[in-house]
Design a protein around this ligand. Structure first.
Ligand code: PEP
Length: 249
């Protein structure tokens, strides 16, 4: 089954609102590609100006996080309907930086996944192992647990629309990209895990990205793999290189 590629930038905690608009204006012509879904996942304060700046382009806007309650006394959090009202279509959930620095767990990621689907926001659920786990040979046990708990209560129809980003923690922001073989192997196993939890049709529909120091040089080979449906890109998403990554062919 031919899945549409999806290339998403994760801006992390970079870009003030005015810098964000400037960056969108620089990247807009470079990421024009009707064959690929292009998403800019941006800091909450940049969402409204970025949505505005992306009007009339092929770029969709994502958030980098979201809370799982509807509203109320949760100082500093962002509710799902705040995102949809602002024009957000995607949300990154369970990024390893949020798991490490902000106590995000498989259980909180799961609550956010359910809430995102309820509001029609497509989650980009991140998973990935540490270097220690890879060396101990427990990579897939760890990732399968992240995926199984993350998708608890998610229906097959919802799962078909989801995006999973496989991001080995040792490759994020380090300049160390996983080899094409390592990335393909884990993405194939994530797909097999989805087939076990749901069915083959769901596994074939769900999109799985690779993330971890993707750049213009590594993207073409990575994205050509059978089970890699695009990338989640950090550092390089803030540069004109992102255009080359989107137009990887
Ligand atoms: C990320 O932030 O999700 C990421 C993959 O970062 P980088 O591309 O900089 O490694």
């Amino acid at each position: 089954m031919a899945r549409r590629k999806i290339v998403a930038g994760n801006w992390k905690m970079n870009m003030t609102p005015s810098e964000a608009v400037e960056l969108v204006n620089t990247l807009k012509p470079l990421v024009a590609n009707e064959e690929v879904d292009v998403v800019f996942c941006v800091p909450a304060i940049d969402i409204i100006p970025v949505v505005e700046a992306c009007k009339g382009t092929n770029i969709q806007v994502g958030a980098e996080n979201m809370y799982y309650e509807e509203k109320g006394a949760y100082t500093g959090e962002i509710a799902p309907n705040m995102l949809t009202d602002a024009g957000v279509k995607y949300v990154v959930l369970g990024h390893s930086e949020r798991r490490e620095y902000f106590a995000e767990t498989n259980e909180t990621v799961n609550k956010k996944m359910l809430k995102a689907f309820e509001h029609g926001i497509t989650p980009i659920m991140c998973c990935g192992e540490t270097l220690e786990q890879r060396e101990q040979g427990v990579t897939m046990d760890f990732i399968r647990q992240q995926v199984k708990v993350g998708f608890q209560g998610v229906t097959a129809d919802q799962a078909k629309t989801a995006v999973i980003a496989y991001e080995p923690i040792w490759a994020i922001g380090t300049g160390k990209t996983a080899t094409t073989e390592q990335a393909q192997e884990v993405c194939a196993d994530i797909r097999a895990c989805i087939a076990e939890v749901y069915d083959q049709a769901t596994a074939e529909a769900i999109r799985i990205q690779y993330g971890g120091s993707v750049n213009a040089k590594t993207a073409p080979e990575l994205f050509a793999q059978n089970d890699i449906d695009g990338g989640l890109v950090g550092g390089a998403s803030l540069k004109p290189d992102f255009g080359q990554i989107v137009n990887y062919k």
